[in-house]
Design a protein around this ligand. Structure first.
Ligand code: APR
Length: 172
């Protein structure tokens, strides 16, 4: 059985097996959670990311977590919100699915997601939360023994309220 937990914290402090980074396609760092993760993980992360040669939107790539308490960092560029008619929903769902595929391959039992695309990339947070949760539930429903806990890590109280509603006594 997989538990879904919504919490408000700095994702770089979370001791999950895998922490997901809302990256950009260069994978060379940036602001927001990407910047926080690179700062906390240290310079070896940038070196490892350089070797990855970038990542397409909706895809995901994995590195060690270096100085983070986690074991792995999964880098996934979310879609930039352009009004919702450019396949944003499908691409955002793919970020979650591909991240969970990589986490499962590595045997990660706990995975922490930030609210991908809802900062700089401007994705409306309520729609993003719905898509994120649906995508995660679909994956966990198809792989019920893969994970013990999926964390939805919110930085803002409004995101926490959204994910608390979605995760209320839901397990898979
Ligand atoms: N821990 C958890 N969540 C965080 C943290 C943190 N330390 N810092 C920011 N966040 C939250 C933001 O509040 C937002 O809810 O992460 C969510 C995603 O926001 P962004 O980091 O801006 O990511 P995104 O909207 O996907 O834009 C990605 O921004 O930082 C650049 O390099 C990144 O170009 C890429 C773009």
């Amino acid at each position: 059985m997989t538990r879904f937990i919504a919490l408000q914290t700095d994702i770089t402090t979370l001791k999950a097996d895998a922490v997901v980074n809302a990256a950009n396609r260069t994978l060379l760092g940036g602001g927001g959670v990407d910047g926080a993760i690179h700062r906390a993980a240290g310079p070896r992360l940038l070196e490892a990311c350089r070797a990855l040669g970038g990542c397409e939107t909706g895809q995901a790539k994995i590195t060690p977590a270096f100085n983070l308490p986690a074991k792995w960092i999964i880098h996934t560029p979310g879609p930039v919100w352009r009004g919702g008619t450019r396949g944003e929903e499908k691409l955002l769902a793919a970020c979650y699915t591909h991240s969970l595929e990589l986490a499962r391959e590595k045997g990660a039992r706990t995975v922490a997601f930030p609210c991908i695309s809802t900062g700089v990339y401007g994705y409306p947070r309520a729609q993003a939360a719905q898509t994120a949760f649906a995508s995660v539930r679909n994956f966990v429903g198809a792989h019920p023994d893969a994970f013990d806990i999926i964390y939805f890590v919110c930085f803002l109280p409004e995101d926490l309220a959204l994910y608390q509603k979605l995760t209320e006594s839901k397990t898979c």
